[in-house]
Design a protein around this ligand. Structure first.
Ligand SMILES: N[C@@H](CCC(=O)N[C@@H](CS)C(=O)NCC(=O)O)C(=O)O
Length: 190
């Protein structure tokens, strides 16, 4: 099995954590630089992660997680867990948009409808996730908790949000620093 991604992507990191006990090759690509041709050859949507298992290619972390769950005989996610993933992905996708805008030299702090919508979505989802953490919804180390960890740690690393009012998310992150593969996949070491 081969996982194609990058050392810094939170979407890739969640699959790396899911694959902790499963032998696989990890291929890091610089998707905005010299790795872009390789990305083009592997995924027409030009996104990571991509999983290759024999002749089967699988795109998108959510589908990859479902593929691996079936293959590894894991318990399928409940509808509430699926909703947790949707919240996490909502914030994550908007943060990717903000980061790419920032890298493009745009002023993402400007009072512009498109960025206001992203900022609003990020904060409404983070406040909801923060309340869920405080309510004990992410008490274990299941796949949604892994995804939340990857999101919070990446937002902190990229300095994408202020955590004022959602400090329980950072406490959640700090509580899980020592889980398997977390240190090995830290984007700060990329
Ligand atoms: N829904 C996708 C999102 C993946 C995604 O956005 N990955 C980012 C890296 S963190 C990416 O490939 N971005 C490339 C781009 O937006 O051009 C998934 O869950 O895999």
């Amino acid at each position: 099995m081969k996982l194609i991604g990058s050392n810094t992507s939170p979407y890739v990191r969640r699959i790396r954590l899911l694959l902790t006990d499963t032998p696989h090759d990890f291929v890091h690509l610089d998707i905005y630089g010299e790795g872009r041709d390789e990305l083009r050859r592997n995924n027409p949507t030009l996104k990571i992660p991509v999983l290759r298992d024999g002749s089967q290619e699988v795109y998108d972390s959510r589908v990859i997680a479902r593929y691996l769950s079936q293959k590894l005989g894991l318990t399928p996610l409940s509808w509430d867990q699926e909703n947790q993933l949707t919240l996490i992905d909502g914030a994550n996708d908007s943060c990717v948009t903000m980061l790419l805008s920032r890298k493009s030299g745009l002023d993402v702090e400007a009072d512009v409808m498109f960025w206001n919508l992203q900022r609003e979505r990020i904060m409404t989802t983070l406040r909801t996730l923060n309340a869920m953490v405080e309510g004990g919804d992410f008490a274990g180390w299941d796949y949604p908790a892994v995804c939340l960890y990857c999101l919070v740690d990446w937002m902190h690393f990229r300095e994408l949000v202020e955590f004022t009012g959602v400090e329980s998310l950072l406490a959640f992150r700090d509580q899980h620093r020592h889980e398997a593969s977390v240190a090995d996949t830290d984007p700060r070491n990329a």
